[in-house]
Ligand binder design. Structure first.
Ligand code: CTP
Ligand code: MG
Length: 232
């Protein structure tokens, strides 16, 4: 099994609200993007990796990844697009090798559990398409006209990354989405639009996305505890 990795990290991080792009924000001594890449490379050996970054941060990200972890394989940095979907599309077109599985993981999810990454890739190679997901903690309601209605939380999943797909499926999904002006918030929804079933892999630990400042503070604290387990 030959697996390529795409890491969309081209967003500005507007909800985080820092002047520097989210990918370059410090997380205990290294950038958020590098943290995420080190985590991925420690868990799996990819044949090649394309990292998508903001135009204005291209040289800073290239410098930060000059000595990329070996597990990423051939690693290149490219400018992403205006939306996450366009960034992933750019990444797909930049692949040069013959990987048969493509894994997509947000640069803003630095805690991804190793077991979850491996399981998502294994399930995708067996079944075609898989994503990490978690159960909601809060009760959830849906808007229906003027009112709202409670949903059965036991049947709901929050979709995360990593997501992995047979390469041909992901390429076809993006080509179809572009031709038919379909916009999805993740790649699984684009692949699902082809009629492909998406398998869920429950995340084996916290895998939240750094979106607002409280997320960043939580990630920093978790990583400090990981490196110093007696700390409470
Ligand atoms: N992303 C990307 N290209 C874009 C937009 C987002 O590669 N044009 C990436 C982000 O860098 C991030 C992931 O997609 O790793 C998930 O997006 P999100 O958390 O929304 O990040 P931002 O778009 O940067 O944040 P915000 O929406 O708050 O501006
Ligand atoms: Mg965004």
């Amino acid at each position: 099994m030959r697996v390529a990795l795409l890491v969309p990290a081209a967003g500005s991080g507007s909800r985080l609200g820092y002047t520097e792009p989210k990918a370059l924000v410090d997380v205990v001594g290294v950038s958020l993007l590098r943290r995420t890449l080190e985590r991925l490379a420690a868990a799996f050996t990819f044949v090649e990796t394309v990292v998508l970054v903001p135009d204005e941060a291209l040289s800073a990200c290239e410098a930060a990844l000059a000595d990329a972890p070996a597990g990423l394989g051939l690693c290149v940095v490219r400018v992403g697009g205006a939306t996450r979907q366009q960034s992933v599309h750019e990444g797909l077109t930049a692949l040069v090798g013959d990987a048969d599985i493509v894994c997509v993981h947000d640069g803003a999810r630095p805690l991804v559990p190793a077991a979850t990454l491996r399981e998502v890739i294994a399930v995708a190679s067996r079944c075609g398409a898989a994503t990490a997901a978690s159960r909601p903690i809060d009760s959830v309601r849906i808007e229906e006209g003027e009112r709202t209605r409670a949903l059965d939380r036991a049947r709901l999943w929050l979709v995360e990354t990593p997501q992995a797909f047979r390469r041909e499926l992901l390429e076809r999904a993006h080509a179809t989405a572009e031709a038919e002006h379909i916009h999805g918030t993740d790649d699984a929804s684009l692949v699902e639009a082809l009629g492909q079933r998406i398998e869920l892999v429950e995340s084996a630990g916290p895998n939240f996305k750094v979106t607002v400042e409280a997320d960043l503070l939580a990630v920093r604290e978790m990583l400090r505890r990981e490196s110093c387990p007696t700390r409470r």
